[in-house]
Design a protein around this ligand. Structure first.
Ligand code: F6P
Length: 553
């Protein structure tokens, strides 16, 4: 297959002015009706505008959209070749053409007997060894150099080698072994590794150096610091083999670092960093929850993959979520997208999604190298409700930017205090309802009058209390966070990002922008260590470097 020109369709659909104009006409028409009007016209709106898959329910009825607009969005997806693109992704076509790679992370969610023969033996061997090692550690059968049982794990990695595992370990803590403590160190800021090591004991700590490339500055610096710390306590090079595991494609570099071959868990170049928690990069997740639950996590992702492959576009959850995003960005001109999880377990989910979404779709060049002339990925941000209600929801309700929100919420908690779960759930619904319905001037004035507020105060204050409404949101509901539900949620967003990349005609699997920063930081560090090179830098950077050097004296 010619990887440089791989296209799903004859041309970019958003360059088709008539098609885009058609979507804008829908917007104008729908703005005239408003969300309240759409619900009033159609009592069955929720029935028709929700979809279930892999134990998730997506309610997309609170969007300024009707059947006619949705049909045109689905036609856009068809014209973009989405029906060809989905199997191409899932079957391992070389979609990452700028790096000449497949993006076959979905294969890692297949069961052993379902894997394509070309990768089956390797994937099964690594997966089974990884899970057996995780179970050994959980069973207290991994002893450190001094014979003590390992009870502390430090995952050292950054980006995809950190955010996914960190998010999932936090999310699944109700399924985790209580006698193992997990830490995640990512930042090159020396505070991160130092503060973490201060909580660890060398006899009982195992480090996982997680780096696809094993060349990432942050990870190698932190891993070296961890090794120095270990050796200064245990005073024996041999200790490294009992206290370090590595996950990487770069087996030469792991061996140069001194990690015993049997402690290295390979991965493959066809697994992108931000899609890698399904691979051995998920070792810390497996240690936390054990092999049985890790397989359930993979199964959750696999169930979403099967839905993505087989469901018609109009009933396909990732397709609908992706198209809604396109509607928000390209038609309603929203520049950001918020993810609000009413689920404390999903504290790190928005941060994880930031890399998945923005590193993937933060692109401005089409697959053929031509610049795009339409908006692509939005800024993704968020947090956990109800906390976010008390920080930034004000901007959702009365601010000038349009911020479509995905609300995520469970019906059940793993914990007692059931009334609080009901309060959490009702708060979540109240936010999407308030965004949709808003509050008009007449109702504000009536309420103030009913409280005997004087007319002068009503005239002065009432306009400030008006909430425009008509703000779009999706709500994703699940019973409770479990390995399978988390797996399905992650796969849902992975595929949503892919769907959008197809409409936007961009490659979501490379990240050249990030690479530039890595190169430049090396050049600047070089200049900081060899003052004659400082002059090569621009004037601002020179001045700031000099400030640093002065501060260090
Ligand atoms: O942040 C950029 C990036 O290249 C990510 O794509 C990747 O997840 C991260 O760096 C870490 O890379 P590695 O796993 O190779 O250390």
């Amino acid at each position: 297959m010619d990887t440089s020109t791989f296209q799903f369709c004859s041309g970019p659909v958003l360059a088709d002015a008539a098609r885009v104009e058609g979507l804008h006409l829908h917007r104008k028409r729908l703005e005239g009706i408003g969300l309240k009007g759409l619900f009033a016209q159609d009592p069955d709106r929720f029935e028709r505008m929700h979809v279930k898959a892999a134990d998730l329910l997506l309610d997309y009825s609170k969007n300024l959209l009707d059947d006619a607009a949705l049909q045109d969005l689905l036609a856009l997806a068809e014209a973009a070749g989405l029906q060809q693109a989905i199997p191409a992704l899932l079957d391992g076509a070389p979609l990452n053409h700028t790096e000449k790679r497949m993006a076959l992370h979905t294969a890692l969610r297949l069961r052993n007997d379902e894997l394509p023969s070309s990768i089956a033996s390797e994937v099964v061997a690594v997966r089974e060894r990884m899970l057996a090692t995780a179970d050994r550690i959980r069973a207290g059968q991994w002893r450190g150099h001094t014979g003590k049982v390992i009870n502390t794990i430090v995952n050292i990695g950054v980006g995809g080698s950190d955010l996914g595992p960190m998010m999932a370990v936090h999310a699944l803590q109700d399924f985790a072994a209580n006698d193992i403590t997990l830490h995640f160190v990512s930042n090159i800021d020396p505070a991160h590794i130092s503060q973490t090591l201060a909580q660890c004991h060398p006899d009982t700590t195992l480090f996982i150096v997680a780096s696809k490339t094993f060349t990432t500055l942050e990870t190698l610096a932190n891993a070296n610091a961890a090794r120095e710390w270990l050796l200064s306590a245990l005073q024996d090079e041999q200790a490294v083999s009992r206290h370090f595991l590595a996950v990487s494609v770069n087996l030469d570099a792991t061996s140069r670092f001194g990690i015993a071959q049997e402690n290295v868990f390979p991965m493959w170049d066809w697994v992108g960093g931000r899609y890698s928690l399904w691979s051995s990069i998920g070792m810390s997740i497996a240690i936390a929850i054990g092999s049985t639950q890790f397989r359930a996590f993979l199964d959750g992702g696999r169930a979403m993959d099967q839905h993505f492959r087989t469901a018609p576009l109009a009933a396909n959850m990732p397709v609908l979520l992706g198209l809604l995003g396109v509607w928000h960005v390209n038609v309603l001109q929203a520049q950001s997208q918020a993810i609000i999880a009413y689920d404390q377990n999903l504290l790190h989910f928005p941060t994880y999604l930031q890399q998945l979404d923005m590193e993937s779709n933060g692109k401005s060049v089409q697959r053929n190298g031509q610049p795009v002339t339409w908006q692509t990925g939005a800024v993704l941000w968020g947090g956990v409700g109800t906390n976010t209600q008390h920080s930034f929801h004000q901007l959702f309700h009365q601010g000038t930017p349009l911020v479509p929100v995905d609300f995520l919420v469970a019906t059940n908690s793993h914990h007692p205090h059931a009334q609080q779960q009901a309060q959490l759930f009702s708060n979540c619904l109240a936010q999407s309802q308030a965004m949709m319905l808003g509050r008009d001037l007449a109702s504000v004035q009536a309420e103030m009058r009913s409280k005997n507020v004087d007319e002068a105060t009503i005239a002065a204050v009432a306009p400030h209390r008006v909430i425009p409404g008509d703000k779009p949101s999706n709500t994703i509901v699940y019973q409770t966070i479990s390995p399978a539900v988390l797996g399905a949620l992650i796969a849902l967003y992975e595929h949503k990002v892919f769907v959008q990349s197809v409409i936007w005609n961009i490659n979501p699997f490379d990240q050249w922008g990030v690479e530039l920063g890595k190169q430049m930081s090396n050049d600047i560090l070089d200049a900081m260590q060899a003052p004659d090179k400082i002059k090569r830098l621009d004037a601002s950077t020179q001045a700031l470097v000099n400030l640093f050097l002065k501060g260090q004296r």
